[in-house]
Design a protein around this ligand. Structure first.
Ligand code: TYD
Length: 136
């Protein structure tokens, strides 16, 4: 079976008087980090994503605002996550179809295991639903 998406709690250092720091280091993440990218100024009417990956695993964090993430795994398990805390991440494993929608001022940070490669994308939903249910 494929491993499904999962929420991750990052440590929260600080207090309401001074504010907070959240941190992640390689020994507390499920993969070694090779890329960090961020998405911002996305109009509220736009749904981004709409793809899965063969090798990419990533953790999405709403460092500001709110992000609604809809996921689907091979075999049909569909889930919906609301990210609205800078100390919570959503792990999207490989083969996880995902679609994101953002509030006006939200900023999404993505922590990823590999560099960008277009050939790692599965952008055709008909191709995605043909993926075998069990991981080879
Ligand atoms: P895409 O991953 O489809 O964005 P989203 O999942 O947010 O909808 O990428 C959008 C475009 O940006 C696409 O043309 C590929 C390009 N891109 C890069 O060049 N480098 C990157 O690291 C990423 C994530 C995307």
């Amino acid at each position: 079976m494929y491993k499904g998406p999962a929420l991750i709690e990052f440590p929260r250092i600080g207090n309401t008087m001074q504010g907070y720091i959240s941190v992640s280091e390689n020994d507390t993440l499920p993969f070694e980090v090779n890329r960090v990218y961020w998405t911002y100024y996305t109009p509220e009417s736009i749904r981004r994503g709409g793809h899965a990956h063969y090798e990419l695993e990533q953790i999405l964090v709403a460092v500001a605002g709110k992000i609604i993430v809809e996921t689907e795994m091979p075999g049909g398990l569909k889930e919906r996550f609301i990210l609205e805390s800078p100390s919570v991440g959503l792990l999207l494993p490989k083969f996880c179809w995902h679609v994101m929608q953002y509030t006006h001022s939200s900023v999404q940070m993505c922590i990823a295991n590999i560099a960008y490669e277009e050939r790692d994308y599965i952008r055709d939903y008909n191709e995605f639903i043909k993926l075998p249910f069990a991981e080879k």
